[in-house]
Design a protein around this ligand. Structure first.
Ligand code: 8YV
Length: 320
């Protein structure tokens, strides 16, 4: 009897076939509702979104592996999974370059007001030569401050240094030799990063340590000409403080791909601000990368359920 697996996000058919070669697969759109019989049988789950916490784990007595189609895992109770010796697998490397591209899409579109002026052209506003009310601000040769120097932070530093001749500053838990040697990145404390960055780029995961790391006090230390970019997680930034800072000119603009509540409610005050570019969490959303993430997650689950894990495990201490 093949192990039972819950697939709670749709994946390409060929990858589904790969899963079915190893497991009895039950598909759901999102995590199954509480009490659903499939939960009691499940030995593995694969998908993304939805909370896997103690209440969920109480319903999955046979669960022995979890595979998320994401690099981030803030919706999983890792402590509870570890207590039950359940490996949590994720998809770190496959999306790095695509997310770094999204960072520059946000930097360029917020600095050069791409969305706003493109909408004005559509509205027929372009009637003669453009004046300063269409102007943006330069990106090249400015200072980028990268908050969090992991894989994505490093890929952003590479683009900034080589692609835009930018000065690269960063703050992270530890120095990053490769960023410093290859991209001339300078390590500094958070206050210096806030004060000197023209573009402050948040690439951090959401943890108790990073929740609301950027709030009133930090925004007030930024340049009034600065632009905040967030591709990490919404709650790393205090959104109410951000709305205030964008409304009263404390900072110039923001390019955001992640929010406290997703989907972002249409009546969000962020969407009423002309100096905000808001994207629907498309960081990794390309056909190539989403396929790669799903393929990686399928292989991760197979490895975890066949006891052959070599990489991509968030809590390797549970591996036998
Ligand atoms: C995912 C992401 O697509 O990987 C992550 O952590 O944020 C995105 O790439 C998203 O989490 C899917 O829910």
């Amino acid at each position: 009897m093949k192990p039972s697996v819950i697939l709670y996000k749709s994946i390409p058919a060929d990858l589904c076939k790969r899963l079915e070669q190893h497991f009895t697969v039950t598909e759901f759109d999102g995590l199954p509702p509480a009490g659903h019989p499939a939960l009691a049988q499940a030995e593995g789950i694969i998908g993304s979104g939805g909370k896997v916490d103690r209440a969920f784990l109480a319903q999955t007595p046979r669960l022995c592996a979890v595979s998320t189609i994401s690099v981030g895992y803030d919706t999983f109770d890792v402590e509870a999974l570890t207590e039950k010796a359940i490996p949590l697998m994720h998809t770190p490397t496959v999306l790095t370059e695509t997310v770094a591209d999204t960072v520059f899409a946000l930097i360029l579109s917020s600095a050069r007001r791409v969305v706003e002026v493109a909408e004005r052209v559509k509205a027929g506003d372009w009637k003669s030569g453009i004046g300063s009310d269409w102007f943006g601000i330069d990106v090249h040769h400015k200072t980028i401050g990268i908050l969090g120097m992991g894989r994505i932070g490093l890929a952003v530093a590479q683009r900034a240094h080589f692609g835009f001749s930018m000065e690269v500053l960063y703050n992270a838990r530890r120095h990053h030799a490769e960023a410093e040697t290859r991209f001339n990145a300078r390590y500094c404390d958070l206050d210096t990063l806030l004060a000197e960055s023209d573009f402050l780029c948040v690439t951090l995961p959401l943890t108790e340590e990073t929740r609301h790391l950027i709030g009133h006090e930090q925004l007030a230390k930024m340049k009034s000409s600065a632009i905040l970019i967030n591709i990490g997680r919404g709650a790393v930034v205090d959104e109410a403080a951000l709305v205030e800072a964008l409304s009263n000119g404390t900072i110039h603009a923001a390019g955001l791909d992640v929010f406290v509540q997703e989907p972002l409610p249409v009546d969000s005050p962020l969407l009423k601000l002309p100096n905000v570019v808001a994207l629907p969490h498309i960081g990794s959303a390309t056909h190539e990368t989403r396929y790669g993430m799903a393929a990686c997650a399928v292989d991760n689950l197979i490895a975890a359920l066949t006891g052959d894990v070599k990489e991509n495990c968030v809590n390797p201490q549970v591996l036998k």
